[in-house]
Design a protein around this ligand. Structure first.
Ligand code: SF4
Length: 293
């Protein structure tokens, strides 16, 4: 099939439906584990029971996992010869249809007037990142990023004197624990922490968000970063903030760290927080075959 003939509007609609209504198995597994670690009857335990019921209901009824269906972010990997314009139009069609079918809440409002566009499209909405690759196949990665957890993201410029944070991994650890402590329950935890070290103010946040696409049980190929991920996870869960801020042992479900080169004058640490409704999904297309994960 020629690139121009491909029509992925139906599979893309299904990707949006799945991502909005079915939480990834690795996220569900960590929430289930967390529910077993909180004392039965505690507020944190009850919050997790409600979350688990919510996950089941959403999946069974094909309804959004949360009323805030989030900022829509697509990363598209494509081989040479495909039109980004054509792929963008098909994605926009799928998003509009998904909104009409109530898989998505109309969530795009004009930044100045507050007027809702009604179909989840608008200036920079959804967000698209296109990546040309060598493989003869397409992959669409979708993230629906909630607003509440987006509000508690943070960026630090090191050194940070009040926190005693220098330009090293110990400094990174200190500022991230500070950001998690400041977030308290406002990010709808237990959350997932994506961290970008380096870059500039824009690319640092982008790296932090890319970390949120990783599976929760993967292991960072950089041993130093892998050790830091584990340490921050352990120490964050000793803060006692707990699910939804009700107190308890599970404040954070995973910590994922990446880095970009930086200029000598800058050392940014950017943190993106994903709520328990960590909605991400992928569509693969190869030789006319569609698969999802
Ligand atoms: S932060 Fe997440 S769980 Fe909380 S309201 Fe927003 S999308 Fe829903």
């Amino acid at each position: 099939m020629k690139p121009i003939d491909i029509d992925l509007r139906e599979p893309l609609l299904e990707l949006v439906r799945r991502t909005s209504t079915v939480l990834a198995p690795d996220v569900v597994a960590v929430i289930e584990r967390a529910a077993k670690t909180e004392p039965e009857g505690s507020a944190g335990w009850s919050a997790l029971q409600t979350v688990l019921e919510n996950i089941t209901l959403a999946r069974d009824k094909s309804a959004p996992i949360c009323q805030d269906t989030g900022h829509i972010v697509f990363h598209v990997h494509f081989p040479f010869g495909y039109s980004q314009k054509m792929l963008t139009e098909q994605i926009l069609d799928a998003v509009r249809t998904a909104t009409a079918k109530t898989y998505l809440r109309p969530n795009a409002v004009d930044a100045l007037t507050g007027k809702n566009s009604g179909d989840n499209t608008g200036a920079g909405f959804p967000m698209f990142y296109f990546h040309e690759w060598e493989k003869d196949e397409l992959r669409f990665d979708l993230m629906l990023k909630g607003g509440g957890c987006e509000n508690v993201g943070a960026q630090y410029r090191l050194p940070h004197v009040p926190l005693g944070a220098g330009r090293d991994l110990e400094g990174v650890r200190r500022v991230i624990l500070d950001a998690i402590d400041k977030a308290q329950g406002y990010g709808c935890g237990p959350g997932i922490i994506g961290i970008g070290i380096g870059g500039n103010r824009g690319s640092g946040y982008l790296v932090s968000k890319e970390q949120l696409a990783r599976k929760l049980d993967d292991v960072n190929p950089n041993p130093e970063l892998a050790a830091l991920e584990e340490r921050i996870l352990k120490e964050a869960n000793e803060l006692g903030i707990g699910p939804m801020g009700f107190g308890g042992k599970t404040t954070i479900m995973a910590v994922k760290i990446g880095s970009n080169h930086r200029v000598p004058a800058c050392y940014f640490v950017s943190m993106s927080y994903a709520c328990w409704a960590d909605r991400r999904g992928s569509l693969h297309w190869k030789n006319g075959e569609v698969t999802y994960d």
